[in-house]
Design a protein around this ligand. Structure first.
Ligand SMILES: [Zn+2]
Ligand SMILES: [Zn+2]
Ligand SMILES: [Zn+2]
Ligand SMILES: [Zn+2]
Length: 207
């Protein structure tokens, strides 16, 4: 985190806007708040303020993007708890809980959990072009109430409407429509009864 030397910037003249006439300690307090916001918004607020005039330019140093440990520390603050904010290990940002797949915020990966450092958001987890231990192909999970599936047949990630109803685990709506059930758990996930009811709904939905 950046520290700054208040002697580096000369105090603003008397006819400056009030915002600039505050004691440097108050500016300091504001910048510290902005560091929190920057951790969420990708380092923009403090840097924007820095661009507004020479005084702030001298006062605010370039803030390094927060590292993973800093984010994990921040997510345990009351501010993060109140706002349902969590850390992603890949995009290294703090994101709202709605950006994470079901299960990613529970158990050991919960806030302060021993595996919270392994947590990743749904966007990063389903990034099929990226490396690292992310969701494997055929992952079928709910993200903020919407079904996301990395289809085992077409190998694409489909979300919500394109994922279709959860008739058959691990495959998307189009592949289900084209091939029927192709999953290993045929007996378990696609009972005749379930196909008869939700299958019809899915086909109607496509038209
Ligand atoms: Zn992420
Ligand atoms: Zn598919
Ligand atoms: Zn099935
Ligand atoms: Zn299937």
């Amino acid at each position: 985190m950046a520290t700054h030397d208040s002697t580096a910037a000369s105090p603003p003249p008397d006819d400056y806007p009030r915002m600039l006439c505050m004691p440097v300690e108050m500016h300091d307090a504001i910048f510290n708040e902005l560091k929190l916001s920057d951790a969420v918004a990708g380092n923009v607020y403090g840097q924007r303020l820095r661009q507004t005039n020479r005084y702030f330019f001298g006062l605010i140093e370039l803030i390094d993007p927060p590292d993973h440990n800093t984010l994990l520390y921040l997510e345990k603050t009351p501010w993060a708890e109140d706002n349902d904010i969590f850390t992603c290990k890949y995009c290294l940002t703090l994101r709202h809980k709605s950006a994470f797949g079901d299960g990613m915020l529970q158990g050991n990966r919960a806030r302060g959990g021993c595996d919270s450092k392994k947590r990743f958001c749904a966007d990063c987890g389903f990034d099929v072009s990226a490396s690292g231990s992310r969701y494997p192909r055929s992952t079928d999970t709910m993200v903020n109430g919407e079904r996301w599936v990395w289809c085992r047949d077409c190998r694409k990630v489909k979300k919500g409407d394109e994922a279709g109803l959860d008739i058959c685990q691990q495959c998307c709506r189009d592949c289900y429509g084209a091939y029927g059930c192709a999953c290993e758990k045929k007996e378990k996930c696609c009972s005749a009864e379930k196909r008869a009811t939700t299958g019809e709904m899915n086909r109607e939905h496509k038209l």
